[in-house]
Design a binder for this molecule. Structure first.
Ligand SMILES: Nc1nc2c(c(=O)[nH]1)N[C@H]1C(S)=C(S)[C@@H](COP(=O)(O)O)O[C@H]1N2
Ligand SMILES: [Mo]
Length: 329
């Protein structure tokens, strides 16, 4: 089956999706499913996988699935005041290379496993020190918020980087609606706990599930801070943290918690997942800084995931003009 759709500005031309990409996607899928080789798959199905079906079934690029909330709203208008000064990562590469330990620690194995996550219905709770606590269906929440698209750089603490167009809304817009009390100094974010859907939550039992993160109120209300509900002009695929995840582009990627079920306004600095596991390696603040090495590797440069090129790391990932003043004491 094929269909014709209008290409958006950020999409790569069809011709640059080489058959090699398709081949590697098929390899990743087979690896993730625990099948030994392409031959084994053909044997199991009794037929050769043709290129068309390979592309449809075995590509990590999942556009606008039926269970996605507010799916009719995409794509939304891009906010051109945010430019990354870097080429966009091809969608298939970003969608096939993920950190989401609830499923697996194998980055290329996340996307097939994550499809098991049930995102409909999905409630998000906004609670704690606020005048108007909410428990809201995600579809309704997204329809209430001012959606926009922004191209951001994204930098993992492991020193790989990508550049992607997120769809979402400023976290500040939500904070304004719930009216925090003056005692609220921090926000705490929590991911789902569903070991029957997310195998890492029982097989990797030494992690303190569910995943949790935190920001100061000043960080949460900074204009860069997004709650993302989409990527590349469509709803977030599950491997990227559907139906809603945090994005703080000046911080290492582990701060950008995926698949959020609860946001709590609290008085004291909340504990965070990676800081609790390895406090010497991952701080609460986790701002991107080329001069502060991770105890086990340098942060001076980073690897662009699609080209493999190494480029210098920028302080605050290049977003200093927005956030540096938050950290001047
Ligand atoms: N719930 C949850 N959120 C998470 C993670 C995770 O394992 N679980 N990994 C983090 C890390 S280390 C990174 S680099 C980013 C990766 O986001 P992406 O897969 O959409 O590129 O998600 C972050 N958010
Ligand atoms: Mo990361």
């Amino acid at each position: 089956m094929s269909y014709i759709r209008k290409r958006k500005g950020w999409e790569i031309p069809e011709r640059s999706v080489t058959s090699e990409d398709i081949y590697w996607n098929r390899r990743r899928f087979i690896k993730a499913m625990g099948l030994g080789s392409i031959g084994a798959l053909s044997l199991a199905t009794g037929c050769e996988a043709g290129e068309t079906s390979t592309k449809e079934v075995m590509s990590p690029t999942i556009r606008n699935p039926l269970d996605a909330p507010a799916r009719d709203l995409y794509p939304v208008k891009r906010n051109l005041s945010f430019t990354a000064n870097r080429s966009l990562t091809p969608e298939d590469i970003a969608a096939g290379y993920n950190n989401f330990y609830e499923f697996t620690t194998d980055k290329e194995g996340v996307w097939p496993l994550a499809q098991k996550l049930n995102i409909k219905p999905w409630e998000i709770e906004i609670t704690g020190l606020v005048d108007r606590p909410q428990k809201c269906d995600i579809d309704k929440l997204i329809r209430m918020m001012p959606l926009e698209e922004r191209i951001y750089r994204f930098r993992c603490v492991e020193a790989w980087a990508m550049t992607v167009p997120w769809t979402g809304f400023p976290l500040k817009a939500l904070i304004d609606k719930v009216k925090p009390k003056s005692s609220a100094k921090y926000l705490r974010f929590i991911t789902f706990m569903r070991p029957t859907e997310a195998p890492g939550q029982y097989s990797a039992s030494w992690y303190p599930w569910p995943y949790f993160e935190g920001l100061t109120m000043a960080e949460a209300t900074n204009e860069l801070t997004l709650l993302a509900t989409g990527i590349y002009g469509h709803p977030l695929p599950k491997q990227h943290g559907a139906p809603i995840r945090l994005i703080t582009p000046w911080k290492y990627g582990f701060k950008s918690i995926k698949s959020i079920v609860r946001i709590e306004f609290v008085e004291k600095q909340p504990p965070t997942f990676w800081n609790k596991l390895a406090p010497a390696e991952y701080s609460f603040t986790a701002n991107i800084n080329p001069k502060v090495p991770h105890p086990r590797w340098s942060q001076a440069s980073e690897r662009i995931i699609d080209t493999g090129k190494r480029v210098p790391t920028l302080p605050y990932n290049g977003y200093g003009e927005y956030v540096a003043q938050l950290y001047k004491s």
